[in-house]
Ligand binder design. Sequence first.
Ligand SMILES: NC(=O)c1ccc[n+]([C@@H]2O[C@H](COP(=O)([O-])OP(=O)(O)OC[C@H]3O[C@@H](n4cnc5c(N)ncnc54)[C@H](OP(=O)(O)O)[C@@H]3O)[C@@H](O)[C@H]2O)c1
Length: 273
Amino acid sequence: MASVLDNKRVAFVTGATSGLGLAISRSLLDIGYIVYGAGRRQQPPDLPQDFIYVPTDVALDESVNKSRDFVLSQESHIDLLVCAAGFGISGSIEDTSIDLAKAQFDVNFFGTARVVCAFLPSMRQHGRGRIIIVGSIAGKIGMPFQAYYSASKFALEGFVESLRYEVRRFNIEACIVEPGDFKTGFTGSRQKIMTPESPYYDQFERVIGVQEHDEINGLDPAKAGKKIAGLAVSKHLPTRLTIGPFFERFAVWIRRLIPDAWFEVFYRMYYRL
Ligand SMILES: NC(=O)c1ccc[n+]([C@@H]2O[C@H](COP(=O)([O-])OP(=O)(O)OC[C@H]3O[C@@H](n4cnc5c(N)ncnc54)[C@H](OP(=O)(O)O)[C@@H]3O)[C@@H](O)[C@H]2O)c1
């Protein structure tokens, strides 16, 4: 994609060390953004100098605030915030401790909230800004054996809807992108909470097998990167945008139209539950 920006714009992207966040960063660089990319591991290789790696753990207030202070010591403001940091836990609700569930929320939900709150004051002062949150199709449809992951993404849906009302008067726009399956490091990073002794073991193995098969055969994250970079420079941000394989986008659409009981039959057949 050729550069579409007359002047350099500045983005802060979390989850920029892998998968969707890295792809989004690459696409933003392609269209002329300076990208401050956040993550806990080292700087990803082969990126131009307009990518500045900022070591950040979104689960820690001090780390997020330190990164924000660094970025705003280098730039007068940021134009775009993309929150893509996240991971997944899987297992039955009964087998998952509340501590693990909290750790899931601390990254996917509170991690996003932390980063948004860290940058909102400077966006307000600047008089404009855009926030793109990476949710999930799992935030529109509860995934079997991924209850806490789904719940963290459902929570982001409400968060973004509320945020839009609050920041509109400051000329700040917000949007949630709901990806379906893209082939990233997500599958390998997933924490599985399951033992052969669990009464859910056989169902879990079958369901997670289908889910991981779909993820491994998911779309190229570069496609998501281009789509989200395009969104960043669009006239206005929509409230939400579902991206991913056609069948998964269709499932989100049909979920809204048919009764819950019918949708459950379809999902039970798909996962053989
Ligand atoms: N791939 C899919 O099919 C899919 C579908 C729907 C939604 N999503 C969402 O897309 C987002 C990106 O996931 P991905 O698929 O790109 O997976 P990924 O390749 O595993 O990347 C996850 C990113 O999140 C970062 N991260 C995780 N925990 C963090 C923490 N505590 N602090 C800072 N950064 C953290 C990781 O960086 P470090 O390890 O360097 O910290 C990494 O850059 C997630 O929110 C995920 O829920 C993915």
